[in-house]
Design a protein around this ligand. Structure first.
Ligand code: FAD
Length: 422
């Protein structure tokens, strides 16, 4: 198929972008388009359906490791759909196009004392659509809920080019199927989100970060951490190895810490609420862990929260796990694991990102799976066995949903969604 004649006559030539940006040589798509409207997204999908081209929607950061890309023909770069469509501060709701970045959304909301309840690495590039499609989260996942919990509705383009909508733009909304929720976590494999509505959060009056530089052995001392589930910190994150360097603020005074030298971990307790409550919680934290190596407030604390999300991306090869254990003490089995280059553990939601070289990954995974962790993701590495695929009944349902939404199997990530491997 001559793709240019199949697709480009319908598009302004300015919409064509360099396909080599969306893969590595030999695995790049044959064509890449950057549509400027929902109608153009639909038009591109319609043409792809007609020509049976396999499509991957792209958000802001081409964050997908080339090794994890299925072969495909058409990259649909959504970064030009970057408008806030409707913002109702009084209702705490917002509707925006999929390509707007988290950074741009945060800036707009901050002016009204409101907060975007979404987190992702590289917020200046990560897009609303990409974070929703990945059902992505960061250190405050427990506080915010997952994107699936915050989305009110969406407009999306099906693989055959049909534009559809589900849910609504306001909180009181119960009609119809929650396809917008289904699309959260579908990884671009079921439909292309072109617009989404979200429930927002009020920004807290006070934020405080207490940063501890601890020897790795301190993690195993369960007594230290016993108070934290009751304290309800906004975040409690452990950083080790390569993740420490990427999270440290320049000039923060921690560059000579044991953690920065690879001899320990940084533990960050993040508190958010009114000033009195935050001070009480800070006191309780000091009672449990002693004086912090460093304390940050408000805007500085918020900058650190983003760096904790960024740290998850500090290495390309990583395995991600979940555990029901919500204190740093659950990391004790990692103390003498060889080849662990770094880790980020967000304790309240029990989410652990580990950086590990390929040869050591099976031993690391075996240790964690043996300690009750479950494997929930892999980047640049094969996911460890045993996987936790959805139950058989759910897989059958996924296949039916995929067939209903994308009968021609145009969306290249649909296979991994339907088979439960993403
Ligand atoms: C395959 C994959 C799975 C991921 N899973 C997780 C996860 O489970 N938890 C987590 O915290 N982070 C996850 N991430 C990281 C996530 O990509 C980041 O949060 C990222 O910054 C999201 O924004 P982005 O704009 O850079 O998206 P990209 O990295 O460009 O895209 C992320 C995924 O969403 C799809 N996508 C992008 N835009 C749209 C859209 N408008 N409509 C439909 N699909 C779209 C892409 O095809 C891709 O599969 C994942 C990333 C990838 C590539």
């Amino acid at each position: 198929v001559d793709l240019s004649s199949a697709l480009l006559p319908r598009f302004d030539p300015a919409r064509a972008v360099d396909p080599s940006l969306y893969g590595v040589p030999g695995r790049a798509p044959r064509i890449a388009l950057r549509p400027a409207s929902a109608d153009e997204v639909a038009e591109a999908l319609r043409a792809a359906s007609r020509e049976r081209l396999r499509v991957i929607p792209w958000g802001g950061a081409p964050a997908i490791p080339p090794t994890d890309l299925p072969s495909y023909d058409l990259a649909l770069d959504l970064s030009a759909l970057d408008r806030i469509v409707e913002y109702e501060p009084e209702d705490f709701t917002l509707t925006a196009q999929c390509g707007v970045t988290l950074g741009a959304l945060r800036a707009a909301l901050a002016e009204r004392g409101q907060e975007l309840p979404l987190e992702a690495a590289d917020a200046g590039r990560a897009t609303l659509g990409g974070v929703l499609a990945a059902n992505g989260s960061g250190p405050r996942r427990l506080r915010f809920g997952s994107p699936r919990d915050r989305i009110l509705g969406a407009r999306f383009a099906l693989a055959d080019g049909t534009l559809a909508r589900s849910g609504g733009k306001v909180v009181k909304n119960v009609a119809g199927f929650g396809i917008h929720r289904l699309l959260c976590g579908s990884g671009g494999g079921l439909a292309v989100i072109v617009e989404a509505s979200l429930k927002l959060a009020p920004a807290p009056a006070t934020r405080r970060a207490l940063i501890y530089d601890l020897p790795a052995g301190a993690l195993a001392e369960a007594r230290r951490w016993a108070a934290f589930p009751r304290l309800e910190p906004a975040l409690l994150t452990v950083l080790g190895g390569a993740a420490v360097e990427s999270a440290l603020l320049p000039g923060a005074g921690l560059s000579s810490s044991a953690a920065a030298r690879g001899a320990g971990v940084l533990v960050i307790v993040g508190l958010e609420d009114d000033a009195t409550w935050v001070e009480q919680q800070a006191e309780a934290t000091r009672a449990a862990l002693g004086p912090a190596a460093l304390e940050l407030r408000d805007a500085d604390a918020l900058t650190l929260w983003q760096r904790l999300a960024d740290a998850e991306d500090a290495a390309r090869e990583r395995l991600t796990f979940n555990t029901a254990g919500n204190t740093p003490a659950v990391l004790a089995p990692l103390e003498d694991v060889e080849g662990l280059r770094g880790l980020v553990f967000h304790a309240p939601a029990g989410r652990l990102h580990t950086f590990v070289e390929e040869a050591r990954a099976p031993a690391l995974a075996a240790r964690l799976l043996g300690a009750g962790f479950v494997s929930i993701g892999a980047s640049g590495l094969a996911a460890p066995e045993p996987l936790v695929p959805p139950e058989q009944a759910v897989l059958a349902l996924r296949r039916r949903i995929r067939d209903a939404l994308d009968s021609q199997r145009i969306l290249a990530f649909g296979e991994s969604w339907a088979s439960g491997s993403s």
